[in-house]
Design a protein around this ligand. Structure first.
Ligand code: ZN
Length: 207
């Protein structure tokens, strides 16, 4: 097929329609973009397309959760947990790996992390049991941790989750802090700029 040739009378159950549907599920990809991507893949060299397919397969097969902090990793422990220059007595609790990456870009936080893989969202039936809180409790009990920085997003659900986590450990000797409101309410850590995150981290307050 030549580039840009229309695919007339597509079989709705055929492979092309299926690819278009799968691409259309990706965030930020509407039907038009999915169609454009499909046409691109149909006309792209076979090696290029198979490399993409292989990358998709590899990411699902090889990526797992760090046994300590639940960040995504290809090895038992993630790069942050393995780094001997980092301070293991401080744990920054985030909702998702992408929030961890946003904080890492500021290069200001030199402690460890804990990735919850979600936030408490009653309307979506996501309760505390769906998060990695058991693992966090184990870390608080067994590791030498002095401070937990709650860096969940400044949204209603992020705040609720921070409150819940703080209440879990309120009886312990660990200092519990929350990111300052350098990150505007309702915004998402992932999209905050470095200076905002740096201010939020430095201005953190005891919960
Ligand atoms: Zn880790």
């Amino acid at each position: 097929m030549s580039r840009g040739e229309p695919i007339a009378g597509l079989d709705a159950d055929g492979v092309v329609a299926r690819l278009m549907r799968e691409l259309g599920r990706l965030p930020g990809v509407g039907p038009k973009t999915a169609e454009r991507m499909t046409h691109h893949l149909l006309s792209a060299p076979r090696g290029e397309v198979l490399a993409l397919a292989e990358a998709l397969r590899a990411v699902k097969e090889r990526i797992r959760r760090c046994v300590r902090c639940c960040h995504l990793t290809e090895t038992e422990l993630c790069a942050v947990c393995l780094d001997p220059r980092r301070d293991p007595t401080m744990i920054c609790v985030v909702e998702q790996p992408r929030d961890l990456l946003a904080l890492e870009r500021t290069a200001l936080f030199r402690g460890h992390y804990h990735v919850l893989h979600g936030r408490i969202a009653p309307l979506e039936n996501v309760g505390p049991e769906h998060l990695t809180l058991d693992r966090l409790s184990e870390r608080i009990r067994s590791d030498e941790i002095k401070e937990i920085i709650l860096a969940t997003n400044p949204t209603l659900e992020g705040d609720g989750t921070a409150l819940y986590v703080a209440s879990l450990f309120s009886g312990s000797t660990v200092r519990i802090t929350r990111l300052a409101r350098g990150v505007a309410t309702g915004s998402v850590l992932e999209f905050a700029n470095n200076q905002m995150l740096a201010d939020a981290l430095q201005g953190r307050q005891t919960f």
